[in-house]
Design a binder for this molecule. Structure first.
Ligand SMILES: [Zn+2]
Length: 153
């Protein structure tokens, strides 16, 4: 993408956000030559993010579903609703910003876990116990051990 001001510079992406209800990416770019900043809109073709489930079926990413899962895990914890809302958006944008069109439900779950881990210990453990497969339980146990270690430090 060429800089509209100097017409020559290579640009780097400073920030990527979803726009138009997930149908476009709004990117802030900066020219590496003249430092001019500008915004571009890129249409996402074929709709938003697609989620590949464990059984191999695919469905459109449903923010509501992820929000429900996280909200359930955060029940009676001090996690503000708008923080959950923001986390859901960030998770979707994280993958779209990488140019990903398809992600596995596992990858989404792991991003949610990553966020919960920094947000609320109990919600993190609740979400993990619902979300993780049996095969992941050993890894999860290590996570908890690490978490406890970092708390007692
Ligand atoms: Zn420029």
């Amino acid at each position: 993408m060429l800089c509209p001001l100097c017409g020559e510079g290579e640009t780097k992406v400073v920030e990527t956000r979803l726009a138009e209800d997930g149908k476009a990416l709004r990117r802030r770019r900066e020219c590496l030559r003249c430092r001019h900043r500008f915004t571009t809109y890129e249409r996402i073709h074929g709709g938003p993010l697609v989620v590949r489930k464990k059984d191999g079926r695919r469905e459109p990413f449903q923010p509501d579903k992820l929000r429900r899962g996280i909200t359930t895990a955060c029940e009676k914890r001090q996690v503000p609703t708008d923080a959950i809302e923001k986390a859901v958006r960030n998770i979707e944008e994280f993958f779209l910003a990488q140019g990903r069109r398809e992600v596995s439900s596992r990858e989404i779950g792991e991003k949610a876990l990553e966020w919960l881990r920094q947000t609320d210990d109990i919600a993190f453990i609740r979400f993990a116990s619902v979300y993780l497969d049996f095969e992941d339980l050993n890894r999860f146990r290590q996570e908890i051990d690490e978490l406890m270690k970092s708390k007692s430090r």
